[in-house]
Design a protein around this ligand. Sequence first.
Ligand code: NAP
Ligand code: MG
Length: 405
Amino acid sequence: MSEKIHVRSRIVEMDGDEMTRVMWALVKEKLLLPYLEMDTEYYDLGLQHRDETGDRVTVDAALAIKKHGVGVKCATITPDAGRVGEYKLKKQWKSPNGTIRAILDGTVFRTPIMVKNVPPVVKNWKKPITIGRHAYGDVYKNREMSVEGPGKAELVFTPAGGGKQTRGLVHEFEGPGVLQGVHNTDASIRSFARSCFIHGWEKKKDVWFGAKDTISKTYDARFKEVFEEEYREHWKARFEEAGLEYFFTLIDDLVARVLRSEGGFLWACKNYDGDVMSDMLGAAYGSLAMITSVLVSPEGCHEYEASHGTVQRHYYKHLKGEETSTNSMALIFAWTGALKKRGELDGTPGVVDFCERLERAAVGTIESGVMTGDLVRVAAPEPAAKQVNTVQFVDAVRDALENGS
Ligand code: NAP
Ligand code: MG
């Protein structure tokens, strides 16, 4: 590969913290910049710089993704009280991912990277299952209280600007208990549905959705209705033409079907289901470092990242000069995801082709037995696993890329 491949339009690049910041630089230096001529719009979301800019940099980065359409993000620290002291922060800044998601109003899709020698725990899963989690409302924006003794709990809605109140009895308490109010909005459910259909269609995956509409005849039923409406009006024709389907069933039936399936579909999950099921899938597919993540907005903006955090424990070892064996797969795939999307939008197949070769080189490296410690623990006996350090893994991928087709 003598001539560099030109990436025509800009990608929004968001740098981050700790071990992932170290690997970010490595991946760029060894796997991207030698082969690509690219001009990114760089935002430093490292905690120190977020603090210096009063977190303005995070908002600017999110607005830039809106403008350019494609971003790639390194993992970042969401500060807790301990980090405020460690970094002498002016404030306990909010989660950058939360800020970006609020501006783009997107849905996060997580997909495992599968390699032959790290088989999923569920043996019939032959293809990756993508989870799309609705990231608004339900129990995450609830109002809850304890009830001390007998009394009547009611649900009351007061229309803005006057009009008749609607009331409904929740429960006549005869003794102490607990009570919770949750909500969602049609607008948010619709954007969620739209993002799921966009992503399913782009990735050529069926979309599966489950809710408890037999029990929750208004709340969960609304999710089902909105999905059906969105599908019928905007996607049915396109899906059918591409040989894809949208499939709805009760959530319990769906979970059973997921387990028996061979994978390969997009599972649209309500907020709580997505929270629980994405952790289950992460564990079932082997390692956190093998799960990619993309935020898709209803307008079609895409932001790619690894789904793990900054791998703090490894970073502290690295700072002490000790050897680390940290897996850069999800970071590599965040970059290839963003670059492939850029290539598709720009109509530059050379960029897409390079990314596919890099992905094959990365997967091939692990399949040849060369891997980081997290995978050694879960790899199949054959071929024998050879543990390498953080840098050696990136070097091995580069060798495979140089020698590959
Ligand atoms: P983490 O960074 O995801 O790491 C948790 C553990 O998972 C690690 O200690 C390591 O296990 C394993 N692991 C994760 N990624 C790995 C990789 N690439 N290679 C090998 N092993 C890997 O979570 P955390 O340590 O709880 O969080 C650290 C920071 O990340 C926090 O400040 C949090 O705010 C932030 N965070 C950011 C994001 C994001 O930006 N998207 C997401 C989550 C968390 P072993 O120690 O057993 O080797
Ligand atoms: Mg969870």
